[in-house]
Unconditional design. Structure first.
Length: 154
């Protein structure tokens, strides 16, 4: 009977050790993702420079291709501010295409809020930001383009 107990113990130890190693790896991955920071957008070079209306038109013509083209890229967008909307700890600048209701929202980085607050509806802008996401509402037939880590491009 003692031989049977000795054979089971090594498997339990191996299983517990394996679970411990997996927990440490999972914790490390979580820590890396949770503490990930981005370089200031102001210091990054834009992959594309576009007019706001043309940018929105690309998504209206071919949503999939446009999303793939801009995914994860820094984009400089030029246009005229439609609205300035405070949101929690950030500020959103909004550009709306009045012809079809499509819009772009620029979420500003914390360190660039002061310069963003200087913008008003009707002001011309050049904003550099990271493309974040694109959504299409089938019900309203409206496209929403979201850019994050925005900064004024001077």
């Amino acid at each position: 009977m003692s031989e049977h107990i000795k054979k089971r113990n090594p498997w339990r130890k191996r299983l517990l050790l394996s679970l411990l190693v997996l927990a440490v790896i999972a914790g490390g991955v979580y820590w890396i993702v949770a503490t990930d920071t981005y370089a200031d957008t102001k210091d990054r070079k834009a992959a594309y420079t576009v007019n706001a209306l043309d940018f929105m038109k690309e998504f209206r013509l071919n949503k999939k291709a446009a999303k793939e083209k801009y995914n994860g890229k820094i984009v400089t967008v030029n246009g005229i501010v439609s609205a300035v909307e405070p949101a929690d700890t950030t500020l959103n600048i909004k550009f709306v295409d009045t012809a079809n209701g499509d819009y772009i929202i620029f979420a500003f980085q914390q360190q660039h809020l002061a310069e963003a607050k200087m913008l008003n509806a009707g002001d011309s802008f050049s904003i550099k930001a990271a493309f974040s996401d694109f959504l299409h509402s089938e019900l309203l037939d409206v496209n929403s383009i979201f850019l994050q880590r925005s900064t004024l491009n001077k």
